[in-house]
Each structure stands twice: as C-alpha cells, then as structure tokens.
Design a protein around this ligand. Structure first.
Ligand code: FE2
Length: 299
C-alpha cells in the first residue's frame, strides 16, 4: 500500500501521455458539483485522521496555512475558492488535472504559480492506496505550504529549474531535491523536528514514522548531498533531510544550479540509508524498520 502512496507523491516524474485531456496544459474543470456524498465522506475521514495526528508534528507554517484556507472536514475543497485565498497571499492558484502530467507540463505550471492537483479522490476501501496523487494528497498536503511566501517562491523556482534540468539531462538530480524537500522534508523548530513535506503530511503512518520512529536517519539538509541520494519510492524514507529553517529554501530558489550539477556529476550516487562522515547527523537511525522489511527498490 505504501508503494502506491509513494507513487502518488511523484508528481509528473513518471507520467505517461495515455489520457491527455483536450487542453494542451492538461488542465480540466474540477467538476466540484459532481462529487458524491461518498467522495466527500472519504475526504472527511482522511481530514479528521490527519487533523488528529499533525498537531505537534507539522511545522507552524503548515498549521497556519491550513487555518487560513477554505479547507475543512465536511467537503472536498473547491479549487476556485482555494485559488482566491492563495492568490491573495502568494499569487498561487490550484488547477485541476486528471492525475500525473508530463514533466514539462508540470514544470510549466509551477513556473507560473499554478499547482496542478488531481481532481479525484481515493476509494473508501483504499484510504492508504493511491496510484496517482489525488485531491487529498495534493490539496491537504501541498496547498497549506503554498500559503507561505518562502515555499511559494521555492516551488516556482523548482518549476523553472525543472525545465532547465530536463534540457541539461540532470532532471534525476533535481527531482531528488524536490523529493527530499517539498514531499518529504523536515524542519527544525523551537520545540523539535517538524514536518513540512506533503508526502508526509498527507500520510497517517509516515506522519508518525518521520518524526518519532528511531529507525530513519535525520540529517542536516545539504544540496549536493541530497542531489546524490536515491530515495524510497516503495516505503517510508530511510533518511529525512532537515532544514534549520524554511528560509534555507530561499537560497535554493535563487542560486545557479549549473555549477552544482557539474560538481555532482563527478560524485557517486548514494544509497538511501547511508550516512557519511561529512554529514551533519541530527539522529542516526537504527535502520531497524527497513532491515526487517528487506531491501526494496529506490530511485
Ligand atoms: Fe506531491
């Protein structure tokens, strides 16, 4: 089941072109009126489950963003209303897509402050099963952080950088940065390590695992280190990279990645669970969780 959740967080990295909608930017109408009571009920179940787990685990910015958005337990949010609130704060919008979209379409949206969100929701009997990012992952997980000006700039820069990285043939390296920040990032706050990554914030089990389980490594975020590091697509992460504060991402939004790619090209890739002597180790994991499950695929 976790495998599908991880796939859901991939966003555009593995999209096909089988179901291309009519519009060239792959957007569709959300079709809010067509949601059934059962679909709203799935949202409510997921919303309430995460709302119980996230206090004391999600970062302050996530909590604040959620409070300032028209998001509640009763109904799947309306993207137009979300976009109204978001655009006033950070200039972002939420646009509906049918599922994963091709890389260049995804980057083009981000570069223009449009967040593509799956319009569908998972089935009631598959609460932890997803093949593509649905409205709960995309809206509950991502949109609160887009209310934060630093994250807003960072994700736009990722969109611009993604188009360039694809052209340079280094998309794999950049995708790891997105993965270990936007999807699975942790940040230090006054009262401990907190979640800001959407892949964690939208997953009940990883919400607890990422900040409390002794198994994973928690290492200080370092750009070149992260670019070299494979990640788990089929399970919890073996390593979480931790920011000192969200402002660290501002630097990433403004530096030229060209020289960084050149340096990383000469360095070896690293397995997800490895700890280097040069790492800033916040907590060295026991590795027990993944050892018990055996080795699985990573990217
Ligand atoms: Fe995501």
């Amino acid at each position: 089941m976790l495998q599908q959740l991880k796939e859901a967080a991939k966003h555009g990295l593995a999209a096909g072109t089988d179901h291309q909608p009519e519009r060239p930017d792959w957007t569709i109408d959300q079709g809010w009126d067509a949601y059934t009571p059962e679909e709203h009920a799935v949202w409510k179940t997921l919303f309430e489950r995460q709302s119980r787990l996230l206090p004391g685990r999600a970062c302050d910015e996530f909590v604040r963003g959620m409070l300032d958005l028209p998001i509640g337990p009763e109904q799947i949010p309306n993207f137009e209303q979300l976009s109204d609130a978001l655009s006033k704060r950070t200039g972002w919008q939420v646009v509906a897509v049918p599922g994963l979209v091709p890389d260049d379409v995804f980057f083009e949206h981000l570069a223009n402050r449009r967040f593509p969100a799956g319009h569908f929701i998972r089935k009631p009997h598959e609460l932890d099963y997803l093949e593509e990012p649905d409205v709960f992952h995309d809206v509950f997980g991502h949109v609160p952080m887009l209310m934060n000006p630093v994250i807003a700039d960072y994700i736009q820069a990722y969109g611009k950088g993604g188009l360039r990285a694809k052209h340079l043939g280094v998309l794999e390296k950049l995708a790891r940065v997105y993965w270990y920040t936007v999807e699975f990032g942790l940040v230090k706050q006054a009262d401990g390590l907190r979640i800001y990554g959407a892949g964690i914030a939208s997953s009940a089990t990883e919400t607890v695992f990422s900040v409390e389980d002794p198994s994973p490594n928690r290492l200080g975020f370092e750009l070149e280190r992260v670019m070299r590091t494979h990640y788990r697509i089929d399970d919890f992460q073996e390593t979480y990279f931790v920011l000192d504060n969200l402002d660290q991402l501002l630097d990433l939004a403004h530096i030229d990645f060209g020289p960084v790619y050149a340096r990383v090209a000469n360095a070896s890739d690293l397995e997800p669970g490895v700890v280097l002597a040069s790492d800033s180790v916040i907590a060295r994991g026991t590795g027990r969780y993944h050892a018990a499950r055996g080795k699985k695929a990573s990217e």
